[in-house]
Structures are given as C-alpha cells and as structure tokens.
Design a protein around this ligand. Structure first.
Ligand code: PYL
Length: 272
C-alpha cells in the first residue's frame, strides 16, 4: 500500500474535487450510494446519522500524515455520521474514544487502516473497503459485470480482494502482477486467469480495476475502456483520458466510506 502524502489529500476535507458529481456521471451513484451498495445494503436499510465515530491519529512508524485524520473525519461526516478526531493520539486517543462510548473507532498506522466496531467487536480494513468500493463503482459504470472480462492489475491486498469480489459478481477475471507468483496464487485460489504481459492484456480489456501504484500510457488503453483505479500516485496521460469512457479515482474517500458503512452494518446487526 503506497503511503499517502499531504498534497494528495489536501482537497479531501473540503471535497475540492466534488467527487459525488464525478461519480454520479460515471456510475450513477454518489460515494454514499456506492458505500451502501458495497456494504450489501439498500438505501434506507440503515440510519447513518445514529452512528458516532472517533478518528484516532496514530504516530507510530512514519508518523501522522498531515490532513489524514481530518480527511477521514470529513468523509465520515459526509455520510451523515457524527464524527470527531480525538485530541489524544495512539493509545491515549483510543482510550478517549472508548470512554466516549463511540460506535466506531477509525485509525491507521503504516500498514493497516481499520474501522473497529465497538458494539460487535468487528473490524473492517481499508484494503477490503477500497477493493469493494472500486469493484462496485466499476460494476455500476459497466451496467453490471456478469459474464464480462475484467482485468485486475496488482495482486496485493486490494487486488486480491478485488479478484475475489469481481469473480463473485460474475466477471471473467484476469489478474496480472509484476510478481507472477502472486498472480498465480490467486489463479490457484479463485480459478481466475493470469496474464504475464500487461502490454497485451490492457488493450484487450474494456473493464480494468487497477490496484497497483502505477498508471498506463494511453496507447495501451482500449477506446471506451472503464478504468476503476484506486492506486496512488495517480496519473493518466491525455490520450488515456480521451480514449477511456471513465477513469474512476480518488485518493481516500471511496475506501474509507465503505469501511465506515460496512462497520455500521455490523452495529445495526448488533442492535437488532
Ligand atoms: C490508508 C491509505 C490509503 C492509501 N495508502 C494508505 C496510507 O497512506 N496509509 C498510511 C496512513 C498513516 C496515517 C497516520 C495518521 O495520520 O494517523 N498514521
């Protein structure tokens, strides 16, 4: 997982890219709509305003990322939940959140970003949230994926989840990774295809989920391709932007929103 930098997320707290407008054009859904679908819920199944979230800054390893906690807080508020960033960090912040009896605690170190549900002791992580959110976005942009060929680029945490999720959605999945053993392991586990040559796989696909921290020259992109691409850093050249029907990307919001709604779903189960 590539570590975010302050400049990549500086526009998140105030939604400077107006993500909902972009997603509505490409997928017909807002971030909240995609997150609700990704959590396996229907609109109206859950009242997100009933949930209180604490975001805990974590100083371990490479330390806090300026703007990260504020971005997570803003994303969760945009879903309608009540949220705040704890004044304390790390264990101190976690203890504050527990004392405050919040429903969900969200925190990230250098390796994991989780939403911990205090009512049912369940956790959702960002790899799952990102894979599910970007798979659902691709499915909506494609008008369904049943029987359609989808290329997953990257067999890391997000790519591995995406392979499983997209196969469950009925897609014919091909996975590729620079470490072919990782791609082969997913083939053996999920019965998907492997490509060892991205130069031929990319132009052969209309639907792409890019879970690698790379972008691709436009001459490899098929005209009308739908590219769902959570990876950072993110860059597609002019030719790619002209040829693709949609390039779905944001640095943090879709994955975080899915984590929060998925975690709340557990709570509603716990409260039934
Ligand atoms: C969760 C993001 C999505 C992409 N890369 C992941 C990343 O940058 N992880 C590191 C997050 C560190 C947060 C820091 C803080 O500000 O609390 N510990």
């Amino acid at each position: 997982m590539t570590r975010l930098t302050p400049d990549l997320i500086e526009g998140v707290p105030d939604d400077k890219i107006d993500l909902d407008s972009r997603l509505l054009k490409m997928t017909g859904k807002t971030v909240k709509g995609l997150a609700i679908e990704a959590a396996g819920l229907e609109e109206g199944d859950i009242d997100l305003t009933k949930f209180r979230v604490a975001v805990v800054p974590i100083t371990s390893g490479l330390g806090v990322i300026s703007g990260f906690s504020a971005s997570v807080d803003a994303i969760v508020r945009r879903l309608g939940m009540e949220s705040y960033v704890t004044s304390g960090t790390d264990v101190n912040g976690f203890a504050q959140a527990v004392e405050d009896d919040v429903d969900i605690i969200m925190m990230a170190d250098d390796n994991k970003f989780v939403a911990y549900n205090t009512r049912t002791n369940c956790q959702t992580d960002n790899s799952f949230g990102t894979a599910m959110g970007y798979s659902v976005a691709l499915k909506n942009a494609a008008g369904g994926l049943e029987g359609k060929d989808v290329l997953v680029i990257g067999a890391g945490f997000v790519g591995s989840w995406a392979v499983r999720i997209l196969k469950d959605m009925g897609a014919n999945v091909t996975v590729t990774d620079i470490l072919v053993d990782k791609a082969n392991a997913l083939r053996d586990k999920y019965g998907v295809e492997v490509s060892t040559d991205i130069g031929s796989a990319l132009p052969a696909h209309d639907y792409i989920l890019n879970a690698a921290p790379v972008s691709f020259p436009g001459n490899l992109i098929r005209k009308g391709a739908v590219i769902s691409t959570p990876g950072v850093p993110h860059y597609f050249d002019e030719e790619a932007r002209m040829k693709a029907k949609a390039i779905i990307h944001d640095p943090l919001e879709i994955g975080t929103a899915v984590m929060a709604v998925n975690s709340a779903k557990y709570s509603s189960r716990g409260k039934e």
